[in-house]
Ligand binder design. Structure first.
Ligand code: SF4
Ligand code: SF4
Length: 95
């Protein structure tokens, strides 16, 4: 399932989607992210699956645009540490 974390405001939509079918809970995104936005936990959308997946920490969900500003300076977006580290390509950003 596609788990979306973030918000939209007058300036745009700021969501990070984690595909919990692709995520294997490896933790590479946790290590790669300079803003410490990820954590590995039981799948919140399928608690019976006994599977560990990455989620966006609660305190970052309402400010994710600002949490990610380090990796997304204005203009062209460079490769992101989180998506580069995720071998199964489970992470997608809406902006
Ligand atoms: S790097 Fe990708 S597969 Fe590994 S925990 Fe993070 S989202 Fe899941
Ligand atoms: S863009 Fe940067 S700060 Fe945002 S989740 Fe990815 S690695 Fe972390």
């Amino acid at each position: 399932m596609l788990a979306n974390y973030g918000y939209k405001d007058g300036s745009g939509e700021y969501f990070i989607a984690i595909d919990t079918d692709k995520c294997n809970g490896c933790g590479a995104c946790v290590k790669a992210c300079p803003a410490d936005v990820f954590e590995i936990t039981a799948d919140p959308f399928d608690p019976l699956a006994e599977k560990q997946v990455a989620v966006i920490k609660e305190d970052h969900r309402k400010k994710i645009k600002y949490s990610c500003a380090l990796c997304k300076p204005t203009g062209e977006r460079p490769p992101l540490p989180c998506t580069a580290a995720c071998e199964p390509q489970a992470i997608a950003h809406s902006w």
